[in-house]
Write a protein that binds this ligand. Structure first.
Ligand code: AMP
Length: 403
């Protein structure tokens, strides 16, 4: 890496999409952001915004066959603005990798052995790790000389004590198949818990925070002195909170029942719980804006879906208060957490005995900045802390390659 190399490209490769951001690590500025969608279809779409030049968003539609073609198209877009992958200013590429198992507790420079280990974890992350691997392999082929770093969604949760991470099932079976609670959204929980400490004017080691990452996927974590001690997602991102399309916690016997009594296949059950459950299963909509609109019109199904969502959230706030013993702040983040004031108000309503309260005026302030929404005299701070997983990935990547 040359002394002038201050840029990091962050890649988030999904099964049919690639999201990317190019950042300048001197100040964290976004130089370009974009998204390739529907890879492998006739109607692939690339949307690229060259923020560095102040240029308009450029959108192109047409077939993009695979991840290699997608990354090449991204590289061409970046080159058109003088930000190409061949630039000496590019220090590294940071990849979001969903599952790092127990081995990857830190961001890791990718070599062949690391690739093999990510591959070994495919059975516990069949939907995510293969796409992440394809993104990494493609990027390495394009710039074999450039450091590439894997930043794992599970890493922040590897500090969970064994009694929080283990399921109460037969130990030999669990160990043979690596069945345990890993947790996800770790990059967001790490970033938001640190930012919450900053908002309180304290060092992360001094504060206990409950982070509620409420996006289309949703998870809660209990963070004690900067270390995760419990989180709501498990072996897969299906466990825990009610989400946009996932059920969250459910009696596992429901799955036997669906197979034995409803005659569903393994795949049917998988699709039901991951794609047709949660808010969408309960009321047909997974967008909280639409659900709130329907509630305002008196829609009973939307109301019940909202109430189930909030009830689960409250249970986790209560559970993590007990796990932490002392809570300094509850932080709301991600699409719903950052934008849906009624969700925040409802989640903390009636928890005054636990020191939690929401100031109605502060709660409705719209801002992209971390902010408090609790009254000044509240024992526990309530906060809205916008997450920034790309910045966190870029910072972790840059810290590793410039060390
Ligand atoms: P994420 O996965 O973090 O991008 O969050 C996406 C979700 O955030 C959407 O499905 C919506 O439910 C929710 N969302 C985004 N904007 C708003 C808003 N202004 N009000 C309520 N919910 C929102």
């Amino acid at each position: 890496m040359t002394a002038t190399a201050t840029r990091v490209l962050v890649l988030n490769s999904g099964s049919s999409s690639v999201k990317y951001q190019l950042l300048d690590m001197r100040d964290g500025a976004r130089l370009a952001v974009g998204l390739v969608e529907r890879i492998g279809e006739e109607t692939s779409r690339l949307a690229h915004t060259p923020l560095a030049t102040g240029g308009d968003k450029r959108e192109t539609e047409g077939p993009i066959a695979d991840h290699e073609a997608a990354l090449k198209a991204v590289a061409a877009e970046l080159s058109a603005d003088g930000l190409g992958l061949d630039s000496p200013e590019l220090a590294a590429i940071g990849h979001r990798v969903v599952h790092g198992g127990l081995k990857f507790t830190e961001p890791t420079v990718i070599d062949d052995a690391v690739l093999q280990e990510i591959e070994r974890l495919v059975p516990v992350a069949p939907l995510h790790n293969p796409a992440n691997l394809t993104g990494i392999r493609t990027a390495r082929a394009l710039r074999p000389d450039l450091p590439q770093v894997a930043v794992f969604d599970t890493a922040f949760h590897t500090t969970m004590p064994e009694y929080a991470a283990r399921y109460a099932i037969d130990v030999e079976t669990a160990d043979a198949h690596r069945i345990r609670r890993y947790g996800f959204h770790g990059t967001s929980h790490a970033y938001v818990s640190r930012k919450t400490a900053e908002l309180l004017g304290k060092d992360p080691s001094e504060v206990n925070v409950i982070v509620l990452h409420l996006g289309n996927g949703a998870s809660a974590s209990a963070v004690a002195g900067g270390r995760c001690v419990d989180t709501s997602m498990g072996l897969t991102p299906l466990e825990g909170l009610v989400m946009g399309t996932r059920s969250g916690d459910i009696d596992p016997a429901v799955t036997f029942h669906l197979k034995r009594v409803a005659g569903m296949s393994e795949d049917d059950v998988d699709v039901l719980l991951n794609k047709k459950s949660g808010l969408v299963g309960l009321c047909g909509d997974n967008d909280m804006r639409e659900i709130r609109r329907r509630i305002d019109e008196g829609d009973e199904r939307a109301r019940l879906a909202f109430d189930i969502y909030i009830h689960r959230l409250k249970k986790y706030i209560g559970a993590y208060t007990a796990v932490l013993g002392r809570v300094d702040a509850v932080a709301f983040t991600a699409g719903v957490g950052e934008n849906a004031a009624p969700v925040r108000a409802a989640a903390l309503a009636g928890l005054e005995e636990m020191g939690l309260a929401v100031d109605a005026d502060l709660n409705t302030v719209r801002s992209g900045e971390p902010r408090l929404i609790s009254p000044e005299d509240a024992r526990v701070a309530a906060a809205v802390v916008p997450t920034d997983e790309e910045l966190e990935i870029a910072q972790q990547t840059y810290a590793l390659v410039s060390a």
